[in-house]
Design a protein around this ligand. Structure first.
Ligand code: ZN
Length: 123
C-alpha cells in the first residue's frame, strides 16, 4: 500500500482506528495500543525537522551521494519518519534549522519504485 501510493506521488501512512494515532513505519499491530485495526490514510505530506545528521560515509548506491543529510521528520499526522533531506547544503549544517517545515516529494528509483524524500520549504 505504501509503495503503490508512492508510485502515485502520495504519502500513505498507517492509522489505528482504535486509538486514531498514525505510526511510522508500518506494522501489523498498532505500536501505541496493540490493536490490529489499522487502515491507510493519505498524509498531507508535510512535517517539520525533528533532528538531522550529515552523512560523510555510506555504502551501496549511496556511496556517490556523500556528503548528504539524513533527518527525522515529525509528520503532520503524528509520529516520525527517517529520510534523506533534499535542498539543503550538507557543507553548511548551520543553515539547517530544527523545526523547519518540509514537504515530501517522490523520486522514481525504477519503473516500479518511487522513493520519498523531504525538502525544506519556505514558511
Ligand atoms: Zn492504536
Amino acid at each position: 500500500m505504501f509503495w503503490e501510493g508512492a508510485k502515485a506521488g502520495k504519502l500513505m501512512l498507517p492509522r489505528c482506528t482504535t486509538c486514531n494515532r498514525v505510526h511510522w513505519y508500518p506494522r501489523l499491530l498498532c505500536p501505541f495500543c496493540h490493536s490490529r485495526e489499522l487502515e491507510w490514510i493519505e498524509a498531507k505530506g508535510e512535517g517539520r525537522i525533528h533532528t538531522f545528521a550529515v552523512q560523510h560515509r555510506a555504502f551501496g548506491g549511496w556511496t556517490d551521494e556523500v556528503p548528504f543529510v539524513t533527518a527525522y521528520i515529525d509528520l503532520h499526522e503524528g509520529d516520525r519518519m527517517f529520510t534523506v533531506l533534499r535542498g539543503v547544503d550538507p557543507t553548511k549544517p548551520e543553515s539547517i534549522r530544527i523545526g523547519a517545515k518540509v514537504r515530501v516529494e517522490f523520486e522514481q528509483a525504477s519503473d516500479e519504485v518511487s522513493i520519498p524524500f523531504w525538502r525544506v520549504v519556505e514558511e
